[in-house]
Design a binder for this molecule. Structure first.
Ligand code: ZN
Length: 70
């Protein structure tokens, strides 16, 4: 392992996929910045909300092909 300096790792930011320093000097790790960290949390929370809201109506989607006559 010559490409990895001791105590310092580069990971992909989960939000923007750019290089992020995974070390104590980066308080937002594994994200590259506070903005990406907040962005990811917001997306996750929004997704969870949407799934929860959709659950009760799972089988009555307006977009369903619906070939069955009622
Ligand atoms: Zn980022």
């Amino acid at each position: 392992m010559t490409s990895t300096p001791a105590g310092r790792r580069i990971v992909s930011c989960p939000t923007c996929r750019s290089d992020s320093v995974f070390a104590p000097q980066n308080p937002f790790r594994p994200f590259c910045s506070a903005r990406c960290k907040n962005n990811d949390f917001g997306a996750w929370a929004g997704e969870a909300f949407r799934v929860a809201a959709n659950a009760p109506h799972a089988d009555d989607e307006p977009d369903a092909p619906g070939g069955e006559p009622h």
